[in-house]
Design a protein around this ligand. Structure first.
Ligand SMILES: Cc1cc2nc3c(=O)[nH]c(=O)nc-3n(C[C@H](O)[C@H](O)[C@H](O)COP(=O)(O)O)c2cc1C
Length: 382
């Protein structure tokens, strides 16, 4: 397997359809999901020759933390349904590789589960629920687990409709209807893994949120509990309660970027949630330059959405991102081969990034800038 597309193909064969589709889907017509990838292809790189290509380095920093390359694992819900104990395995792969892992609030493995199998701090992504005691408790648990950044997701106060999930009747754990039994029975390795673990539900929530004792009430609870009134004011108390590095995720507009910078957060992520929220919104990469222009001198700008290769990472860095995240690429790796698959996804991206940087005539990732992008004569740079 040489590419992220190869991992995706393998994952499709190994993961039950409802969970594979959960990863491989966007909201409504999926136009933004598609644009995230397609718009990268339109950006061309500038080839340079006969330059010294020895001693190359991809090492960088994100919010002051050293990273082996500026590519973190994005928070993704239900990761433990792509592969048994998925979040724990992905966190271990990221730790071994030297890049940050971000645990989603909507994970299968809990904050404590991930902390129990890692030795370095990971990052925690926060969804804000109406039950503020529960939110405060989540923040405290992330602190107790020694998480080194809190990532507040701002673009999912209500859920964008994803047709595949509705048609598939997605749930965690899966229901036992004939359709779902068939989907699982045709993926025996996945079933064996799931039989070997007790982690099959939302463990950050079950047993922690008031009144949530069984799964049917849990799904009702999550649908009801995301807070549609979340506002910039709330960022203040979250920041104060947390007291550490704060990243605001889901910024797609220069005006919102300015508001985010004014909160004193450490970084923003230019993101449209992988095309899973507002279908019809622009691709992440197409708005990155204007957001960097607006706030790049005041706050660290990170990026996600549509990265499928190391070349895409380089393009995002050239357009001003200080760091990037991958969602689906690592999920496909996980589905395809567990921890080794995540490791392979990271290796693939690293190799592509390294060689591309060299062929653009640079040896250090810190030198990625707009001058590495091809500008057709008479045309403005992308
Ligand atoms: C299956 C899946 C689940 C996701 N769950 C979350 C989540 O729980 N919290 C969150 O902030 N973002 C979530 N995201 C969005 C990712 O963090 C990230 O923004 C997106 O995947 C980036 O696009 P990419 O998949 O093209 O790399 C999810 C994305 C996917 C694909």
């Amino acid at each position: 397997m040489l590419t992220i597309a190869d991992l995706k193909q393998r994952a499709r064969r190994r993961v039950p359809k409802m969970f594979f589709d959960y990863a491989d889907s966007g909201a409504w017509t999926e136009s933004t999901y598609r644009a995230n990838e397609a718009d990268f292809a339109a950006i061309k790189l500038r080839q340079r020759v006969l330059v010294d290509m020895t001693n190359r380095s991809l090492e960088s920093t994100m919010i002051g933390q050293t990273v082996a390359m500026p590519v973190a694992l994005a928070p993704t819900g239900l990761t433990g349904m792509q592969h048994a104990d998925g979040e724990m395995l992905a966190a271990q792969a990221a730790e071994e590789f030297g890049v940050p892992f971000t645990l989603s609030t909507m994970s299968i493995c809990s904050i404590e589960d991930v902390a129990s199998v890692t030795t370095k701090p990971f990052w925690f992504q926060l969804y804000v629920m109406k039950d503020r005691d529960f939110v405060a408790n989540l923040i405290d648990r992330a602190k107790a687990a020694n998480c080194s950044a809190l990532m507040l997701t701002a673009d999912l106060q209500i859920l964008g409709q994803r047709h595949k999930d509705l048609r598939n009747g997605l749930s965690a754990p899966p229901k036992f209807t004939p359709k779902h039994i068939w989907q699982m029975a045709t993926r025996p390795a996945w079933c064996m893994g799931m039989l070997g673990t007790s982690r099959r539900t939302f463990r950050n929530i079950a047993g922690h949120a008031k009144g949530v004792t069984d799964l049917s009430s849990l799904s009702a609870w999550t649908a009801e509990q995301f807070d549609p009134q979340l506002s910039w004011k709330d960022v203040e108390w979250i920041k104060e309660r947390w007291g550490g590095k704060l990243i605001i995720k889901g910024i797609l507009d220069a005006e919102d970027a300015r508001m985010a910078a004014a909160t004193g957060a450490d970084a923003i992520i230019v993101s449209n949630h992988g095309g899973r929220q507002l279908d019809g919104a622009p691709s992440s990469i197409s708005v990155l330059p204007e957001i960097v222009d607006a706030v790049g001198d005041r706050i660290e700008v990170h990026f996600d959405g549509g990265i499928r290769s190391g070349q895409d990472v380089l393009k995002a860095l050239c357009l001003g991102a200080k760091g990037t995240y991958i969602g689906r690429p690592f999920l496909y790796g996980l589905g395809a081969g567990g921890k080794a698959g995540v490791r392979l996804a990271l290796d693939i991206i690293r190799k592509e990034l390294d060689v591309t940087l060299a062929l653009c005539g640079k040896r250090n990732i810190a030198d990625a800038g707009p001058d590495l992008l091809y500008k057709a004569p008479g045309k403005a740079a992308p």
